[in-house]
Ligand binder design. Sequence first.
Ligand SMILES: [Zn+2]
Ligand SMILES: [Zn+2]
Length: 297
Amino acid sequence: MSQIESARVHYTVLLFYKYVTIAEPEVLATHLKTVAEKLGLTGRVIVAHEGINGTLEGNILSAETFVTSILQDDRFADMHIKRSAGNGASFPKLSVKVRNEIVGTGFTKDEADPEVQTATHLSPKELHEWFRSNKDFTVVDMRNNYEFASGHFKNSVQPDISASRHLPLAMPKLEPLKEKTVVTVCTGGVRCEKMSAYLLSKGFTDVYQLDGGIHTYMEQFPGEDFKGTLYTFDKRLTMDFGGDREVIGQCRLCGATTEQYVDCAEDTCHYHFLACAECTNESGRAYCSPECQNARV
Ligand SMILES: [Zn+2]
Ligand SMILES: [Zn+2]
């Protein structure tokens, strides 16, 4: 392909999940890996007995061929597949793995089993109306704290966790919402299936989860209600859905407005945080704290 032709190639990043019993995860993983490899896709897919969770990038034709293929499998025929613009380099390689869970929560089946009980799905349109009508509800953002930093729904509550498995630590903070109307949100919805189920198992009475996650909300209502930009676990780091939006990310070190993520330069830390250009050195590195800076000496 000539340079001119390759510049015209457009890439799509697919994001999908479904909780459904997979009798033989290894068989499915091998099959998906073969299909994705043939199409030259990159990204990550996790297969477990409880379902599938994946994000893949490829040129538009390859990505759509993959979509057609996976939707032909009866187990995934009704799976919602989200698409965003890629750049051809969102992932370093293809990884298809079998794990115990499709989201690493460590919750027991009693604490969260989306196939038995999960919160009612609230469509982006319904949530949009709730915001417009000033209904009494609270958005609880189930993503990690560093994801929340670059963008989140207005007036939302963050459990302030660094990984999904830490949700139990945030329960004292969420306790006052137990009798209130709560809407859980996350990037594409997969984490909310379990996180909202966990809240229900802990006695929360009126819990909803945003259908299709923040991704779908921003596609339908770009620049509205969700302030800032959507963090993504690939090399793009953030996704832009257009719309007239503001930048709300702040440099952890000086407070300046920024949407630039860096990993702490201290090798034993690697904390992922927002740091402005002023606070990063020539090679784009920064330390998250004085402790990390001093650890060097
Ligand atoms: Zn700064
Ligand atoms: Zn650090």
